[in-house]
Design a protein around this ligand. Structure first.
Ligand SMILES: [Zn+2]
Length: 160
């Protein structure tokens, strides 16, 4: 199985485990906050999408399916901010967007520190976009970490 397929399958399995665990926990402890997430299909799709994107993200440093998918999504986001007239965001995206392709395969994008730093960018979203709540940003952060660490585990890097 190719690296890409094993990352997709691995992420699919870990997402099923995490979602099942969250269902169980929310029922066991009657966690209303968690239930609001689990029973809201839009929120669940968002979290699973974030987890999926971050499960393939580390491989954008090499010519791969992950790189093509990531830069396609990146282009859409880039154009969105461009046509919205938010040129500061466009400049920041442009600056950081090409950094992964300048590095060797399995270098900084495959480190635990990069996982934590990149995923923690979600925690700043409520300060940039007031319509995103802090609770949502924490959930995005956790979903991205699940996907990213899942990639590092499958690549055999996480436990090094
Ligand atoms: Zn990898």
């Amino acid at each position: 199985m190719s690296g890409f397929k094993s990352h997709i399958l691995g992420n699919f399995l870990i997402d099923i485990l995490v979602v099942t665990g969250l269902f169980y926990l929310s029922d066991l402890f009657n966690l209303v906050f968690l239930k609001n997430y689990i029973y809201d299909p839009e929120k669940m799709i968002t979290l699973i999408s974030i987890s999926f994107i971050f499960s393939i993200f580390p491989d954008i440093d090499t010519n791969s399916h992950a790189q093509k998918i990531f830069y396609f999504i990146f282009l859409l986001v880039y154009l969105y901010f461009f046509f919205k007239g938010e040129y500061k965001t466009v400049a920041i995206l442009g600056l950081f967007g090409f950094l992964p392709v300048l590095s060797k395969h399995r270098s900084w994008t495959h480190s635990k520190m990069a996982a934590i730093l990149i995923c923690s960018l979600f925690l700043f979203l409520p300060y940039l976009f007031p319509n995103i709540s802090k609770a949502d940003s924490i959930c995005y952060f956790i979903a991205s970490l699940v996907g990213y660490f899942n990639h590092l585990i499958i690549d055999g890097i996480f436990f090094r």
